[in-house]
Design a protein around this ligand. Structure first.
Ligand SMILES: [Zn+2]
Ligand SMILES: [Zn+2]
Length: 236
């Protein structure tokens, strides 16, 4: 079985690891490399690489540090163009949406996401060892693909529309932020819809990622998604 671990989630930084018992993939490097390396210390000998979805700092700030500590990075060419300070170019492995590749005990298929970044992507990841399929999708306002046979879903649940409107009404966030948010992040209503249009029968666990500090409610999101999907939900 794939095990999912999280060191950080949200706009201040993202760092996850998935472990199938044979090798480990790091997902995102959005906190200082030091923290990633110490937080995932027991896993390090089995890390096959780190997959990065896009260049925003909350996903890539630790990337250069990981590369200099010997960890291979995987990202699109557009994403790499936006990450500075990687002084070990041979640690960079360019991926393309629609082109799957083997990494450790995993098969990885990048797919396009919709976000205000150069060339963002999500990852559909299969473990040969665990024989499980995991979806990793964050920082996207829309997921065009549909997926079959998923066992684990890691998906952004940034905001809910009523909570976002409340935040604006109370002055916690400026109205001008709303259009950007709606065109860059995945909200509760979209996660629900995504669950309804995809076959969830084989899913055993759903992880909600990247909750907004102002416009989210972890308890409510967990309840709602659990109700709609009929699956256990963990909020990171
Ligand atoms: Zn982000
Ligand atoms: Zn972003």
């Amino acid at each position: 079985m794939i095990e999912v671990k999280c060191l950080a989630s949200g706009s201040t930084g993202n760092a996850y690891a998935i472990d199938d018992g044979e090798s480990v993939l790091l997902l995102e490097a959005g906190i200082p490399a030091k923290k990633i390396l110490s937080g995932f210390l027991p896993l390090l000998p089995r890390v096959a690489g780190c997959l990065i979805t896009h260049e925003h700092g909350d996903h890539s700030d630790g990337a250069a540090g990981l590369a200099s500590r010997g960890i291979d990075l995987y990202a699109t060419v557009g994403t790499f163009a936006g990450i500075s300070g990687i002084d070990r170019p041979y640690r960079k492995h360019v991926v393309r949406a629609g082109e799957q590749f083997r990494l450790g005990s995993w098969m990885v298929l990048p797919f396009e996401t919709k976000h205000d970044a150069a060339e963002p992507c999500g990852y559909l990841i299969y473990s040969y060892t665990a024989r499980e399929k995991l979806l990793f999708a964050t920082d996207t306002y829309y997921i065009p693909n549909s997926f079959n046979g998923l066992n684990i879903v890691m998906v952004e649940c940034n905001y809910s529309l009523p909570l976002l409107n409340e935040s604006i009404a109370s002055g916690r966030i400026p109205e001008s932020m709303k259009p950007r948010l709606l065109r860059s992040h995945f909200g509760l209503e979209y996660v629900k819809n995504f669950i309804l249009v995809n076959n969830m029968s084989t899913v055993r666990h759903i992880y909600l990622l990247h909750l907004s500090g102002n416009n989210s409610d972890a308890r409510l999101f967990k309840q709602e998604i659990q109700r709609v999907a009929g699956k256990p939900v963990t909020v990171f």
